[in-house]
Ligand binder design. Structure first.
Ligand SMILES: [Zn+2]
Length: 107
């Protein structure tokens, strides 16, 4: 399997849509190709992030994640506004990364 082929299979692989034979070949390629392995890691992170933001996976503890940034305030209202903004930022960042990778994959 070539890198270009493997990269087209990244998303279907993460979504569990590959046939057993395809999946075998994909995994074999990724295991011996650091570049594709890295891409898979990025995709997996982005997809996990999107799923978490959509609430279909366990929640990320954003309060812990951004603890330092929140150290200046104890007000819940401010926390919530900040968290919503953070959520929006993450979603936007994930979308940008995805678009970038899709474009890079096809051109
Ligand atoms: Zn490769």
């Amino acid at each position: 399997m070539k890198c270009k082929e493997a990269q087209r299979l990244l998303v279907p692989y993460i979504n569990g849509e590959l046939e057993t034979k395809e999946e075998d070949e994909f995994v074999r390629h990724v295991r011996q190709c650091p570049e594709c392995y890295e891409e898979l890691e990025v995709y997996a992170t982005v997809f996990a992030g999107i799923r978490q933001l959509d609430g279909s996976e366990d929640e990320i503890d954003y309060r812990t994640l951004v603890e330092d940034s929140l150290a200046t305030t104890d007000e819940d209202m401010k926390d919530e506004r900040f968290l919503n903004g953070y959520s929006f930022f993450l979603r936007t960042a994930a979308t940008v990364v995805l678009c970038f990778m899709i474009v890079r994959c096809f051109f």
